[in-house]
Design a protein around this ligand. Structure first.
Ligand code: HEC
Length: 246
């Protein structure tokens, strides 16, 4: 029990520390993991822009095919599964450890559980929060993860963001807002929708069981309703008999 309390407390504290962040408040993601089209769009962005560095070891292509209601051939044709992968393979990053050490100062983490560790709003804000920073080795920094080691991989879609700082008396400079300097191929609304789909995909891989829960939940509710009706009839029957007894 003590362990449980300690765990809950440490989670609360880490959330508070995360929320404090670097300056910008988190934006709200609007994720619906039962929306299969959104998950497919998110999976596609993941495969195109993230799978080069990150893995999602807890997710197998066979599971993804079942959940997204696609055959393996359709997964491959949609670019959601590399042509040389097999159905029981998990989603592996294509960069080997040696390369990532040479190119990046930090190893790209596995993203299986990142939605649970960080939360959907954090991911949404993080993926929208890259901005130019000439002092950073990757050329960019991030509004919610200061001195981030990940390059800004979605800049072509989003465009390039420039930070605007404000002075806080007694504390110095803090990030005020981000403004788009060079527009990308998507409008801010389109980009927010794309990132939302990507976060939905990460939320789904973080807890595919939640996906089942939502899906089967309505059958369970219907079952319970049917059971209540039967029990109600049974009760009515039972009391009818005892009430007429002398
Ligand atoms: C060029 C390699 C590379 C690509 C491509 C890449 N990342 Fe990363 N990513 C990294 C590295 C390196 C880190 C570690 C950053 C750090 O800790 O400072 C990271 C960190 C992250 C984190 C933060 C994890 C945490 O909890 O600290 C998330 C979330 C993430 N990446 C998501 C993505 C998504 C989504 C994409 C695709 C849009 C993507 N990354 C593409 C290299 C990459």
């Amino acid at each position: 029990m003590k362990n449980l309390i300690a765990l809950v407390l440490s989670l609360l504290i880490s959330q508070a520390v995360l929320a404090e962040g670097v300056g910008l408040p988190l934006e709200d993601a609007d994720v619906d993991i039962t929306d299969l089209e959104s998950l497919k769009r998110g999976a596609r962005i993941y495969m195109d822009y993230c799978a080069g560095c990150h893995s999602v070891k807890h997710m197998r292509y066979s599971r993804m095919a079942t959940d997204l209601k696609l055959s393996e051939e359709q997964l491959k044709a949609a670019g959601l599964m590399p042509p040389d992968s097999r159905s029981l393979d998990s989603i592996e990053g294509s960069m080997n450890a040696e390369d990532s050490k040479n190119w990046l100062s930090v190893d790209p983490p596995d993203l299986s559980l990142v939605s649970r560790a960080r939360g959907e709003d954090w991911l949404f804000s993080y993926l929208k929060g890259f901005y130019v920073d000439s002092e950073s080795p990757t050329g960019s920094n991030n509004a919610v993860l200061k001195n981030v080691g990940m390059p800004n991989v979605l800049w072509q879609l989003q465009g390039i963001q420039r930070p605007v700082f404000k002075q806080i008396p007694g504390e110095g400079e803090a990030l005020d807002k981000l403004v788009i300097d060079h527009p990308g191929t998507q409008s801010p609304e389109q980009f927010a929708a794309a990132v939302n789909d990507l976060v939905a995909f990460l939320a789904y891989v973080g807890e595919p069981a939640r996906f089942d829960r939502v899906r089967y939940g309505k059958f369970v509710l219907l079952g319970l309703l049917a059971l209540s009706l039967v029990l109600y009839r049974l009760k009515a029957e039972y009391w009818k008999k005892t009430a007429t007894a002398p």
